[in-house]
Design a protein around this ligand. Sequence first.
Ligand code: ZN
Length: 541
Amino acid sequence: MKRARASEVIEALKERGFHYSGKDADGRFTLTGELARDASEHGIRCEVALDPDFFAIPRVRLLDIPKHFPAAVPHIGAYGDLCYLAPGSIVLDLFDPVGQTIACLDQADRVLCQITKGELVEDLVEEFFAYWNGPYCLFDVPRETSGRQHCLIAEGDDGLHWFITDSVGRTTKKIDLLGLKVTRSPPPTYRIKTTAMPRPNPRSWPPKTVNDILEWQSQLDRSCRRKIHERIQQGEREKRICILIFIDSPLMTYGFAVIYDRSKAKVKLADRRDTTFGLKVLLLTAMRIDDQYLAQRNIPGMQTLAGKRVGLIGCGTIGGYLAEMLCKAGAGTVGGKLTLVDFDKLLPQNLGRHRLGFSHLLKNKAVAMVDELQRLAPGIEVEAIQTDARQAVLNDFDLLIDATGEESLGHWLCDTTPRTVPMISAWIEGPGTAVRAMIRTEDVSAGCYRCLWHGNRRGELRSVVGDVPLVLAGHGCEGLYVPFPASVSVQAASLAMDLVLDWVNGKSSPTLRTRVLDTTRTAAAADCDLQPDAECPICRS
Ligand SMILES: [Zn+2]
């Protein structure tokens, strides 16, 4: 059936003047023909490669690059590949391979026509990363810092890895975790800021010498060009073998190495005064690995937990998953700190629904969780307090979270922690009947966890209509427990995490949130802003 469909597509392309030329090394059907035909029916020779399964869009490659095309052309890759659709922007319809393939080819034709007319040049900015190819350089530097940086060169089984950092200690932890060894004396590294969006120089690309770099930069940002030149001349005076320069543009950070090979440097007569012009450059691809970027990448435009002091009480089934999510949102980075409080040990009966596994068995849950988080995000500031929350000092936080699911502890925390510290509580009702989370804000006119308890007793603000079932399991020395799977804890942790992200972005409403998980039950209370209860002994006073 697949074969029949492929042959239909090939027939459709033949009607457009394409010729079948066989299968390529990856098993794709290839055809050759012309696209972007002009008035006299002359076009650009292209190869179209079809995925036999039609999961991928057809690959279109220019077989002849027209002589009048400049060195950098938008949407055309190093091997003549034409980028005519952003990956992931469309989903191919497996049931209409002919229609979809023709639509793709028409789009490719349109893009190529525009390129031929010299249009789409602005797209060179968007695509700049595709024109800046070199060895990877992993950046462990928050974006603000510029000037002199440290470079670490680490060796692994697969060769050398370059790291740029403003904190050798923090980055060394990351390098250790990757199983790499720091070697060699590092070259001096500089960062320079520019407001110019980079775009390749259409006349000569890629840059091969300092002269190419400087000429190109003079078209983009003259002050940046001057700073680059000064650093390169400084390297010359200091008799360096190599220096690294990274340019922070609003679009991306890109960098290059300058190689001071004085003996071989060919210097044009005109450049005699400054021997650095002829030096070779090696382009480097910068990839950010700094904590701010890792936390921000998936929530663009939102505040992260960077710089915040967050206390998490309870590292059980909810707290374990929540601790990991806090960490993913930047807790413990950029001067912030994450404190985990738990007196309990991780026992075999916990493993079926705990974030941690067998390797942490019999260890204190807070200590084990710190160990795990350090592995997930090396260098973060995270601390374990191995005591009952009632014995811990809990006033030095921007945010407190109670993930113990223990009602009486919740009341105690409301009573004893300062009202100026916002507190989020998350818990599970019944055997996974519902999950709930609430925030007690600094606002004294808002309700607390104890207020909700009073309301619930009178049948108000309940999670579901009717009573929540009391189900207990377990026997003997194991003790009684409420059975529910890990999926329930993950949803409680997620609900709490949404409140955390809302809080850090200045939004707390609705302060009480419920998700009913038992599909046979009806939700009772809609998400709302909890009001103080007249009976609450904490809010009443
Ligand atoms: Zn209250």
